[in-house]
Design a protein around this ligand. Structure first.
Ligand code: SF4
Ligand code: SF4
Ligand code: SF4
Length: 802
């Protein structure tokens, strides 16, 4: 091979010389990929992003709503911290409340990352470390992982380093909850933010692994539609019910049924995220999901009490602690498949399928723990086939008969104990009275508002099984509970971000509303539908996941169509996107990160602070967890908050004990730097909170429109956002908002149809100077309209600073 040595040469000299430039270029690219673009904070420790957190917390200050002012963490206590007294260890009430908040966040994060670790371990064993990550048409595969850890995973094995980082950090955070550690509320808050960030990494790992290995839709706007609702379940067939979050075992059941031609002989229904994930399984090539979604956690006890399931299989998270006891009463065998829930059952993981089936079908044992997921895949369907005829023969009676229903209602002495204990204060007494007289309508309405917690049963002095009464009285309504949900489509793809990123940043697509989380709704499920329909009509991008995604599919318009059938699922304004189960929430934060990376060409690798700053100032997005109840929900929300995305929770969310709320009237909080020159830039007070609670959807809707306003909006974008804010306030609150003028920079920001009317108000009520000939604002606004301004919280990003 010819060699080129130092010195001069001309091209003619190169006759018969081979130059392999490719290798040189390749090596340069590899070097850049490995180290060239690493940001300042790969794998941050507990204090790694503390400055950023303190900056966020100085604008959005914690507001504590203690559930209890005592602490009983250690044997010094219990300590009364009321009136901000200090405990025996010196901690005060504020710090203790933020410690409690932190504990909830890291519990949620641990649930997701524990799920991720379990799945990853299982899938690596099955598919190998080198199995490629395949998320659809995207180069940026793991935005959260890459931004937080600096790792750019390409294979299943690459995800291990990221999950190890999460686990190590969660251990450090849990250690800080121990007595005698942190004493400052603000630093517990920063730690909670850290936990929230880790949560999104853990969720992303879970979903990336399962989407890549289990044939789930890959950024597919045409992901198939599936049936949902208790009314969809064909009780004439043996019914196999799965509950939980980890789909690995369910995937094996589906395979077994398929291979043994049992798919049309067994009805497979699911509750909670396992249900969402099982209708994603092997759906990347289209087709119709064979499994059906029963619904959310609020349907768990209702479904069991109905007596319809012949076998119940549980895995992990949001599974009721009394499933085994409830199922036993109705001779339904229970299989647990995950170390997190074992219910005291005998471990049968190494036994033969025949022996387990025999013991469970005969009733010798009420259930079995089976940790071998291949064995679960075989045992569960075979057991359902065997148990169903036995249960039919036994004539298992679940709900009361018609006569018993009337008699039970008549037993009610209207003492009110059930209403007192009901988390939603439902009108049970009135419904009992009506029911005793043969009128079931009150219970039929109440049924949708009841979250099936079973507390009323526990407190009734007359031993009336109140939940059974509600369910029996609502049989007609339940049989009509048939909806449609789009199976989770996974990540938003790079090409979609390229197309829509500009509209989002300019504000001409008015924002992303992410409707996520659990089913602890204050006023039933229909609120979700009303909210989503209103915002979709207004061209917001609606993103959804988990239980909210399910309940959105339960309502139909006059033509009998659900929202999923009426609205497409692309990443565009006016589209409804179900990303998937709760772990797919990482794709929502991931979308914001992708906009920064792909549309704005920011380096995201190990560069958390800069990306969070970008998102906070430029991407109009608000998360809504209307029925939030779990620790996971608050972890997800807190992860969004660290990234600058505000979150609203329904009224039950106040029980998380703290909100993060800004003070719009304190002008010094609403100033940033202009990165072009480091000058101070006044900004609109939006988002005006990071985490807050509202009571009703009527209040929520204008609030969403307002909190999608960002400093980067161009005039058209601001005009669109203001139009929705004003219209939604008028429609749902019956009045103009009192602060709309604070978001006006020039007359072109004003809603076109109302421009003259609004100019008059600005002149008359706010003293602004108007040039009426040209219909222009001369003076009044505190902010300038400058689309080329570069708003940032970070002084170091300003020109000349570094
Ligand atoms: S941790 Fe502190 S406040 Fe809590 S019980 Fe122990 S001494 Fe009291
Ligand atoms: S089961 Fe339903 S009605 Fe009974 S306390 Fe719970 S929410 Fe209220
Ligand atoms: S607790 Fe029992 S008896 Fe009392 S109002 Fe409720 S259902 Fe009736």
């Amino acid at each position: 091979m010819s060699k080129i040595s130092t010195g001069h040469f001309s091209i003619e000299d190169l006759e018969n010389v081979q130059i392999t430039i490719g290798k040189i270029v390749g090596a340069i690219e590899k070097k850049v990929e490995e180290e060239g673009d690493m940001g300042p904070t790969p794998k941050p420790g507990v204090s790694g992003l503390r400055d950023w957190d303190h900056q966020v917390l100085s604008r959005y200050q914690p507001v504590y709503t203690p559930m209890c002012d005592q602490c009983c963490y250690c044997t010094f206590g219990k300590c009364d911290l009321g009136g901000n007294k200090e405990g025996a260890c010196g901690i005060n009430l504020g710090a203790h409340q933020s410690r409690e908040f932190l504990l909830r966040v890291i519990t949620g994060a641990a649930a997701h990352s524990g799920h991720g670790r379990h799945l990853l371990h299982y899938l690596i064993e099955r598919y190998g470390r080198d199995h490629p990550l395949d998320l659809g048409p995207s180069n940026l595969l793991a935005p959260n992982v890459q931004m937080v850890t600096g790792i750019k995973p390409k294979t299943l094995g690459d995800l291990e380093e990221a999950i190890e980082y999460v686990e190590e950090q969660l251990t450090q955070l849990l250690a800080t909850v121990h007595m005698g550690q942190e004493g400052a509320a603000i630093d517990f808050e920063s730690k909670a933010m850290h936990g929230g960030m880790l949560d999104h990494v853990g969720m992303e790992i879970s979903d990336l692994a399962q989407v890549s290995c289990l044939g789930m839709p890959k950024s597919d706007p045409d992901a198939p539609l599936a049936e949902i609702g208790m009314g969809c379940i064909d009780a004439a067939k043996p019914v196999l019910l799965v509950i939980g979050h980890n789909v690995a075992g369910v995937a094996n059941m589906i395979d077994y049924m398929h291979e043994n031609n049992l798919s049309d002989k067994i009805e497979l229904g699911g509750l909670c995220c396992t249900a969402i994930d099982m209708i994603r399984y092997q759906m990347d090539k289209g087709g119709k999901p064979y499994a059906k979604v029963v619904g959310t956690l609020a349907k768990e006890l209702k479904m069991i009490r109905s007596g319809i399931p012949d076998v119940i299989v549980v895995d992990e998270q949001c599974v009721r602690a009394d499933v085994l006891e409830e199922a036993k009463r109705l001779s339904i065998p229970v299989i647990t498949t995950n170390e997190k829930i074992m219910y005291g059952l005998r471990n049968r993981s190494k036994d033969k399928a025949d022996a387990i089936i025999e013991d469970l079908a005969s009733g010798k044992e009420a259930g079995a723990l089976i940790l071998d997921l291949d064995l679960v895949g075989e045992v569960a369907p075979r057991l359902a086939l065997k148990v169903a005829p036995i249960r039919k023969e036994k004539g298992i009676k679940a709900l009361p008969s018609d006569e018993e229903l009337t008699a039970l209602a008549a037993k009610c002495v209207h003492c009110g104990a059930c209403e007192l204990v009901c988390p939603n204060n439902l009108g049970i007494m009135d419904a009992m009275k009506a029911c005793a007289e043969g009128d079931l309508t009150k219970f039929e309405i109440l049924h949708d508002h009841c979250v099936a917690c079973g507390r009323c049963d526990q407190d009734c002095p007359k031993d009336i099984p109140v939940l059974d009464v509600i369910e029996k009285a609502s049989q007609k309504v339940i049989s009509q509970e048939k909806g449609i949900v789009r199976s989770g489509r996974g990540q938003i793809s790079d090409p979609e971000i390229r197309q829509e990123g500009v509209n989002l940043v300019m504000g001409t697509t008015p924002g992303i509303i992410a409707l996520v989380g659990c089913s602890n709704y204050p006023e039933g499920t229909k609120d979700l539908y009303r909210l989503a329909e209103e915002m979709l009509k207004r061209n917001y991008i609606m993103v959804t996941s988990g239980c909210s995604a399910m309940d959105l599919g339960m309502y139909k318009d006059e033509e009998g169509k659900t929202l999923y059938e009426r609205y497409p699922a692309k990443f565009l304004g006016g589209n409804l996107i179900n990303v998937g189960s709760c772990v797919s929430n990482s794709h929502i934060s991931g979308t914001a990160i992708k906009v920064a990376a792909i549309f704005a060409q920011r380096n995201i690798t190990g560069n958390y602070e800069e990306i969070a700053d970008y998102i906070m100032n430029r991407i109009g997005a608000v998360g809504v967890a209307w029925g939030a109840y779990s620790q996971k929900a608050v972890a997800i929300g807190t992860g969004c908050n660290r990234l600058g995305i505000p979150v609203v929770v329904g009224p039950h969310g106040s029980k998380y004990r703290r909100a993060l709320i800004g003070k719009p009237y304190e002008e010094e909080h609403w100033k940033l730097y202009d990165a072009r020159n480091g000058e101070t830039l006044p900004i609109p007070a939006s988002p005006e909170f990071m985490l807050t609670t509202v009571e009703t959807v009527e209040e929520l809707m204008p609030m969403l429109a307002k909190n999608c306003i960002r400093p980067s909006d161009n005039n058209m974008g601001r005009m669109i956002k203001l139009t929705h804010y004003i219209e939604l306030s008028q429609k749902y609150l019956g009045q103009m908002p009192d602060d709309w003028h604070r978001f006006v920079r020039t007359e072109t920001d004003l809603p076109l149809a109302k421009r003259e009317e609004l100019l008059k108000i600005l002149e008359k009520e706010h003293g602004w100077e108007i040039d009426w000939k040209r219909k222009k604002i001369i003076s009044g606004p505190t902010m300038k309209s400058d689309v080329s301004a570069q708003p940032t919280n970070l002084k170091r990003l300003c020109k000349g600073e570094c």
